[in-house]
Design a protein around this ligand. Sequence first.
Ligand SMILES: Cc1cc2nc3c(=O)[nH]c(=O)nc-3n(C[C@H](O)[C@H](O)[C@H](O)COP(=O)(O)OP(=O)(O)OC[C@H]3O[C@@H](n4cnc5c(N)ncnc54)[C@H](O)[C@@H]3O)c2cc1C
Length: 331
Amino acid sequence: MRPFEYARPDTEAEALEMLNDHGGNTAVLAGGTDLISLMKRELVTPDRVVDLKNVPSLSEIREEDGGVRIGSLVTLDEMQKHPLLNNYQSLRHVIDGIRAIQIQHMGTLGGDLCHLPNCWYFRSGYGLLAIERGVSLVEAGDNRYHAIFGNQGAAKFVSASRFAPGLVAWGARVEVIGPNPQQSESIPLEHFYITPKLSNQGVTVLKPGQLISHIWLPVARQQQSATYEVLQMEGLDWPLAAAASCVEIEGGVVQSAKIVMGHVAPTPIVATAAATILLGNALTVDAANLAADIAVSQATPLSNNGYKVQLARTAVKRSLLKAIGHPEGGI
Ligand SMILES: Cc1cc2nc3c(=O)[nH]c(=O)nc-3n(C[C@H](O)[C@H](O)[C@H](O)COP(=O)(O)OP(=O)(O)OC[C@H]3O[C@@H](n4cnc5c(N)ncnc54)[C@H](O)[C@@H]3O)c2cc1C
């Protein structure tokens, strides 16, 4: 690991000041469960690490603007227990799926949303685009865990965040602060992720010196929600495919629906046509199957990952049925 400075601010403004030294070659430390291993492998080499743990405003969960505002430093365990999040079942499903008490206690919501891809080429030092001498290592090599959507350009990794699909389905917004202490903007989470085209681009719209301070969720009224992740292992594992659904049913028919797929593309994928087909109809097994077929109809799998199309299809169908408590929604 390369030498670095360690800074521990007490306020959001101090954190931004500390992040903006060294020409912005700094890194935010939340739970540290991923950042430290990235630094050990010298995949991330900041001159200074800014530890947010002493900034109390980032650890709050409270009602605000008709919804719930969650600090980026809130841990998965705190989210699991907090009564204000009782109606956001799709988020609880994600936490249940992270089967390690240590990670639930240390991992934070902001850290999950900004988690860099688990692509093995990236983690082996070949960069996010994994291109060597003009050749895509992903295309030429083992791509079994890579993207089945949005993979026509150079980026072929999958977005790693486990909360993003559920939060996007709920219509969450992220509050981004910095680089100056006076600057803050609220962005729909749906627009937070980007697919890099150049090797110097990241996976989100965050610029050097910025950080996520809070995540805001609209109030949960009549909506029912679920996340279904396809996990290979019983223990700690990353999903092969996932989907989150948020539906509102009145008079036996679907009034509104949003379906978001995760771990299948460089960004979460909103399956708009699949959700639209449900509107005005009962949410039956047949309807869920039809929506799932539509959701994956535009998939473009790589040489080794055609199997992920079926997994994504199953995740969509089951997330819809799980949201309404149907037994075919699985566990
Ligand atoms: C050995 C190991 C295995 C793991 N396996 C899995 C697994 O299989 N499945 C799983 O879901 N999780 C796994 N995790 C946990 C995963 O790292 C965490 O769930 C979480 O994604 C990271 O949260 P953190 O707070 O520790 O983030 P950090 O490690 O502190 O940060 C992660 C990234 O986000 C950035 N960041 C953090 N907070 C902010 C912010 N507020 N604004 C801007 N950027 C920010 C950091 O700079 C860094 O780039 C594993 C962790 C370990 C140590």
